[in-house]
Design a protein around this ligand. Structure first.
Ligand code: GLY
Length: 384
């Protein structure tokens, strides 16, 4: 797969999300912060802006973005939340809503999430309920947020019962994926986001998976391959969201690897020192393919190819790679029980007939999953 001309260096790629009455664009390219400010000025002349960010991102990127807002004559307030998954909490949600009200953000104003998935999910949820809904804009600063969480309108916080169990669908009015912002990510964080990139190839785009196998190191290095990968991912997600915004059908395909991943995150107490979301997704993707192989759906060759690629990138692909251990098979399957993909106690998995041939499998028996996880734990990912 060659990179199309529109992803040459310096170019901006626009991916429309075609939702009736709430259509918006995702703009992808390097150094897009002043373009974002220009678009905001055009979209909402005279509006005030609240820039919600976390302490780490604020130090890296907020001054540059605020200088762009100033240049456009846009009045703004900065609201800073602590970094980390623990921020997706009731306490931080209340604090953010109060801070937005104290900043006198009105229905015609704009709330901006400048940060990763945590900032985007929390800010989007606050924007969804503040004064019964204000416009919000996503400026994702991690790869994971650029290719997944900033697109599609899922917002929310965590509960002690599980991740993302309190939330709302609230579509952004604009997404600016400035791929130069990713230059400041640690290698670990970037690679974790890459798991969500390669997921799109595994769902239904085998040619993109082939391309990722060849180009993954160039995506990490930056340049046109990175923009191309973000654009392919965003186009794929935009298409799925446009046909199934509220996850009544196809959108569930985006959860490939996520039933396992959410269980592992739960069992490691959302401790990012042990496992970050993208690493859990990488293990989940490898497990989804090996589970599909065990069920006789997918060839061993394809399952091995998935694990080999994750290994080559430096992502985990087995339960043994969970620092401190993943738990017993019973604990892992029990931890799946709070996942939103569980309906009336029956497990729904995204399985695959091969690379790029994933499908939604309802009614997967818990005993099948337990037996598979037991075999994985006993054989270090060599379970067949
Ligand atoms: N991250 C899955 C979705 O947006 O549906």
């Amino acid at each position: 797969m060659t990179i199309p001309a529109d992803t040459a260096p310096g170019a901006r790629i626009v991916v429309p999300v075609a939702l009736e009455g709430r259509a918006y664009d995702i703009q992808i390219g390097r150094h897009q912060l002043c373009e974002a400010a220009r678009l905001i000025a055009a979209m909402a002349p005279g509006a005030k802006v609240a820039v919600v960010t976390d302490e780490r991102v604020a130090a890296l990127h907020a001054p540059a973005f605020e200088a762009c807002l100033q240049q456009e004559g846009i009045g703004f307030t900065r609201i800073t939340v602590p970094p980390g998954e623990a921020t997706k909490s009731y306490a931080q949600f209340i604090a953010l809503c109060d801070a937005l009200l104290a900043a006198k953000i009105e229905r015609d104003d704009i709330v901006i999430a400048l940060g990763g998935g945590v900032v985007g999910d929390l800010t989007g949820f606050a924007a969804a309920v503040l004064r019964r809904g204000v416009r919000f804009i996503q400026i994702p600063t991690t790869l994971l947020a650029q290719v997944d969480s900033s697109v599609g309108g899922k917002t929310g916080i965590n509960s002690s019962h599980g991740k993302n169990l309190i939330g709302a669908f609230h579509q952004p009015a604009l997404v600016i994926a400035d791929t130069a912002l990713l230059d400041t990510l640690s290698e670990r964080e970037f690679k974790a986001g890459y798991a969500e990139v390669v997921k799109y190839g595994l769902i239904d785009d085998p040619a993109f998976f082939d391309w990722c196998e060849v180009n993954w190191s160039r995506i990490i290095a930056g340049g046109p391959e990175r923009d191309h990968a973000v654009a392919v991912a965003c186009k794929a997600k935009a298409a799925i969201v446009a046909r199934d915004e509220r996850e009544e059908g196809d959108r569930a395909l985006l959860n490939l690897g996520h039933t396992f991943a959410h269980a592992l995150e739960r069992l490691t107490h959302y401790d990012s020192a042990r496992l970050v979301h993208g690493e859990a997704v990488a293990i989940g993707l490898a497990l989804a393919f090996r589970f599909s192989q065990r069920l006789g759906l997918c060839s061993g060759q394809d399952a091995t190819r998935v694990s080999r690629h994750l290994d080559a990138v430096g992502l985990p692909s087995t339960l043994q790679q969970v620092p401190g251990g993943a738990g017993t098979a019973q604990e892992i399957v029990a931890a799946m029980g709070q996942d939103k993909k569980v309906r009336r106690g029956v497990l729904t998995f995204i399985l695959a007939r091969g690379i790029g041939q994933s499908f939604i499998a309802h009614g997967v028996a818990a005993e099948e999953v337990t037996a598979f996880v037991e075999a994985e734990l006993a054989t270090n990912g060599q379970a067949r």
